[in-house]
Write a protein that binds this ligand. Structure first.
Ligand code: C5P
Length: 223
């Protein structure tokens, strides 16, 4: 059975880490591999969607047919997402966006000083919240990684960012989170309902979340 249930739909996916440069050779980042987002892009393409994949630095190859936008910083990721948003039907935000960037980025490599160094960091914009604020009849899906009070914190994020649902995972759990091929997630709604999925490959997680997104889209766009 080949289901083209995303034919005619435009899916925006964010993936990977962001990189926030302090100077030309040093940056703040995280170990996100991009695998979850690239899996979502692959499955959405297979189901007939047009896919814009906005990715921070990742070694992965984009699935053929994806419109790949390579970015480094959160500000670049935000600009690419905002630019695509008008024509998007489903947004899936898997990127591990750095929370902070340097208040000032030095144009020159900073020499090592004898003593301690302080760097002023300023918060990055919340890309999800910005898209959620002009969601209209789109479906917006996020991911959350929590070490404790997961369902409660994830529901709070879904609600604040105006997400339809969020997939919660635990970075400390085997077969979940950064780098691996599998993921064990719990779907959490803004009102705090939770549905634990079994451990699945990232491709299977992608298909399940797209099933939910398609159902959500149909419910919203009924005449
Ligand atoms: O970092 P946080 O736990 O708040 O991330 C939850 C969701 O929000 C994720 O889907 C992530 O991609 C998204 N996010 C974002 N922009 C940020 C921070 C998070 O789009 N600056």
């Amino acid at each position: 059975l080949s289901l083209k249930d995303l034919a005619g739909r435009h899916v925006l996916v964010t993936a990977g880490p962001t990189r926030e440069y302090l100077d030309p050779v040093r940056f703040i980042s995280n170990p996100s591999s991009g695998k979850m987002g690239f899996a979502v892009a692959e499955r959405a393409l297979a189901r007939g969607a047009r896919v814009t994949l906005v990715s921070g630095p990742s070694h992965l190859e984009a699935p053929p047919g994806a419109e790949l936008v390579r970015v480094e910083s959160a500000l670049e990721m935000q600009a690419a997402c905002e630019a695509a948003w008008d024509s998007v039907d489903i947004g899936v935000l898997t990127a591990a966006v750095a929370d902070y960037r340097a208040a000032q980025r030095s144009g020159e490599k900073q020499a090592k000083a004898a003593g301690p160094l302080s760097v002023e960091l300023v918060p990055n914009p919340d890309i999800a919240a910005g898209l959620g604020a002009r969601k209209g009849a789109r479906v917006l899906v996020g991911f959350a990684m929590e070490t404790h009070a997961g369902v409660e914190r994830a529901a709070g994020k879904a609600s604040r960012k105006n997400l339809d649902f969020i997939l919660l995972n635990y970075p400390t759990r085997e077969g979940s989170g950064f780098g691996g091929d599998d993921n064990e997630v719990t779907l959490v709604t803004p009102s705090g309902e939770a549905q634990a999925w079994p451990r699945l490959s990232k491709l299977e997680v992608a298909d399940r979340l797209l099933d939910q997104a398609v159902a959500g889209l149909r419910a919203k766009q009924q005449p």
